[in-house]
Design a protein around this ligand. Sequence first.
Ligand code: GLU
Length: 379
Amino acid sequence: MTRKLPNISDSKRIVIKIGSALLVDKKSGQIRRGWLETLAEDIARLRARGQEVVVVSSGAIAVGRRHLKLSSGRLRLEESQAAAATGMVRLAHAYQEVLARHELTLAQVLITLDDSENRRRYINARNTLDTLLRLGAVPLINENDTVATDEIRFGDNDRLAARVAAMISADMLVILSHMDGLYDRDPTADSDAVHVPLIEGEISAEIEAMAGSGKSADGTGGMITKLAAAKIALGAGTRMAIANGTQDHAIGRIEQGARCTWFLPTANPKTARKQWIAGSLKPNGALVVDAGALGALKSGKSLLPAGVTAIKGRFDRGDAITIHSPEGIEIGRGIVAYSAEDARKIIGNKTSEIESILGYRGRDEMIHRDDLALSWVKQ
Ligand code: GLU
């Protein structure tokens, strides 16, 4: 039995990935302004419905290389970094202009691979994006190509978009490219190729084989990086679509049922995140709570510094730690908002006292309820 296909309108937090070839005219190197305006109209419609939208856009290098009059051939790393530096300004400016017409504010966020892997930077990036969304802005994300060298970069925005979606627990990721989804073999080489509308649960070896080496001519992605993105999205409980975005109102077309490939996870982002905290992260330390905090945790609240009686081990902000009852029994795990050193200073104190003790205003909670996986909650 197949599940009903999802739709963009039933999502709360959506990440939209835009490939270079959609945004930048190949011949002139100019931003396809008319197309971008229709994207802004679509985004404004989503926002008006109360949906949160994050845009992950490629195209900085494609735009910038022309302005720096770089050759049309393959660029050296430092040339593409220079191109990205100038192109990103133009890209962000264009997005800002088209969104401003709808009274939407753009916020540029440049991310490196490290920001999604290093626990402390991950938690910072997550909090910043959360705050921007809460304040009603539309974050525009790209890889920080100017500083990311080959060994430390994603290189493609498909996986970057999936990591971002996982990082902010987005419930939908839409990857717009020149392809309307996955086919059972390369459709450009074989006209009998059959479109795959839905993939559920996981990416099998058989599905992986379908991607072949499907490279896109302009961006760095292709079907392989899109499937890699799908794996990340499925693991994070994020639904994902690969859709053709070449025409105007690409998002509106998907809403009206345009052909695409949907990837449906078995868990939702919240459950997937808790499973990840409970099962995949190696704890670097521990803390003990008092009876009052135990009760608060049981009723679904966050863990405040006031309810913590002891800190064990050495950990950094953003690390996973285990949580113990007053009797010393492990009751769950969580991602901690303070380093062990700072946590030791603030335990037993009121949240309002954190700033005067530490000299900076950190998070109100020691572990936020979204960052907790408790043993009595079935994941
Ligand atoms: N970050 C690159 C750019 O903005 C694009 C990476 C990709 O093609 O996915 O030009």
